[in-house]
Design a protein around this ligand. Structure first.
Ligand code: SAH
Length: 219
């Protein structure tokens, strides 16, 4: 196909079928959200043809939009039923926030790089992403106490440890998903709070860009 003539609807269907469903993503809400959100609006214009590839894509500022499967796995692990308030750390392109916004009631997405916060906001607007999604430029390793507590927290950058502020701002019961490890590789951890108890389990190995800020990695 000539550039600019790609059938994004077909590419999106194929992504959901091959990359998500066949690999075990089952939550109908996650599948429906990713079937409807135009991912091509969240990658740089010259990368649109690669929007549905099975890999992360560079979005500028040294950052990437995660592989579709990783976004699906993270959102599914939060077991959202609709109506929840969710905090995301690392808005990047805004795609993950759009998926969360299609399912949850309210999403606050924090981004530490001003240019990317503006990009995420512009992408969300252009994509016509529904839901109540707000992008704020701030250090997400400290959370966003103004709107806490949250039913769920999703961190899209690799942390050396679970930032205490994020755990504090999580409701009981509540779920938090976060890659924890070193700069090279991490475990995607699902931390759940229930009846005053906090438990953590690793879902899979992964590789994310570093979490910066007060409770992240130093430059
Ligand atoms: N969820 C994004 C991908 C995120 S990439 C998407 O769907 O496109 C990770 C992002 O986390 C980067 O944009 C990076 O700038 C941001 N980030 C890193 N440390 C951060 C911090 N302390 N607070 C907020 N954002 C942070």
């Amino acid at each position: 196909m000539r550039p600019g003539t790609m059938d994004f609807t077909a590419a999106r269907e194929e992504m959901v079928e091959r990359q998500l469903r066949r690999r075990g993503i089952r939550d109908p809400r996650v599948l429906a959200a990713m079937r409807s959100i135009p991912r091509e609006e969240f990658v740089p214009a010259e990368m649109r043809e690669k929007a549905y590839q099975d890999e992360p894509v560079q979005i500028g500022g040294g950052q990437t939009i995660s592989q579709p499967y990783m976004t699906a796995l993270m959102v599914e692990s939060l077991e959202l039923a609709g109506g929840e308030s969710v905090l995301e750390v690392g808005a990047g392109s805004g795609y993950h926030a759009a998926v969360l916004g299609a399912i949850a009631g309210r999403v606050i997405s924090l981004e530490i790089q001003p240019a990317l916060a503006a990009l995420a906001e512009a992408n969300l607007r252009r994509a016509g992403a529904g839901g109540d999604v707000r992008v704020i430029c701030a250090d997400g390793s400290l959370g966003w106490p103004e709107e806490a507590p949250y039913d769920a927290v999703s961190v899209a950058a690799a942390a050396p440890f679970v930032p205490p502020a994020l755990l504090e701002q999580l409701k009981d019961p509540g779920r938090l998903v976060i890659p924890v490890g070193d700069l090279e590789e991490q475990d995607l951890c699902l931390v759940s709070k229930h009846a005053g108890e906090v438990r953590s389990r690793a879902i899979t190995g992964c590789r994310f860009v570093p979490l910066r800020g007060g409770q992240g990695w130093r430059e």
